[in-house]
Design a protein around this ligand. Structure first.
Ligand code: HEC
Length: 139
């Protein structure tokens, strides 16, 4: 009976361990020696075009809009997407900062995964500020 239990415990441990490595594999970005995959690089560019004027360089926030590298530490990908597509108005304080809706902006909707990957890499602390280099590019 006791042996049986330890086998069950061992099996559970193995399952947990493999689950953890699966979660690692599921990162939305790839970073090798500080260089990023094509999608993440594209996300950086799209972010610069559509989001930076409010959320600041590198996702770091401004006096007007929140720091997205902090936000993505607790926002799910679904909430992120929902917020960008539908927008949001801050109703809890007296200021009227507005997150516009990007639902009809093809340059954003089409590349929302890439924008998420870029911001997630920034949020996870694995990507420095500034323009990233693509994997395979020397410059
Ligand atoms: C016109 C300024 C503006 C632009 C452009 C803008 N945002 Fe926002 N965003 C805001 C403001 C202001 C808030 C906070 C709204 C609130 O408090 O309800 C916000 C909130 C958010 C949130 C929720 C953060 C949290 O912590 O809950 C996300 C995610 C977000 N923006 C992503 C984006 C992305 C991605 C883009 C570019 C596609 C973008 N925003 C472009 C102003 C902007």
């Amino acid at each position: 009976m006791r042996i049986c239990l330890s086998i069950v415990a061992l099996a559970l441990l193995l399952m947990l361990a493999s689950h953890e490595s699966l979660a690692d594999d599921a990162k939305p970005y790839t970073i090798q020696n500080g260089k990023v995959d094509k999608g993440t690089y594209n996300g950086y560019r799209r972010y610069g075009d559509a989001c930076m004027r409010c959320h600041g360089p590198d996702g770091a926030g401004s006096s007007y809009a929140p720091n997205l590298t902090d936000s993505l530490k607790h926002l799910s990908k679904e909430t992120f997407e929902e917020t960008v597509i539908n927008g949001r108005k801050n109703v809890t304080t007296s200021n009227d900062n507005v997150m516009p809706s990007f639902g009809t902006n093809e340059d954003v909707v089409t590349y929302l995964d890439d924008i998420y990957s870029y911001l997630k890499a920034r949020s996870d602390g694995v990507l420095d500020r500034g323009r990233p280099t693509r994997i395979g590019d020397d410059s």
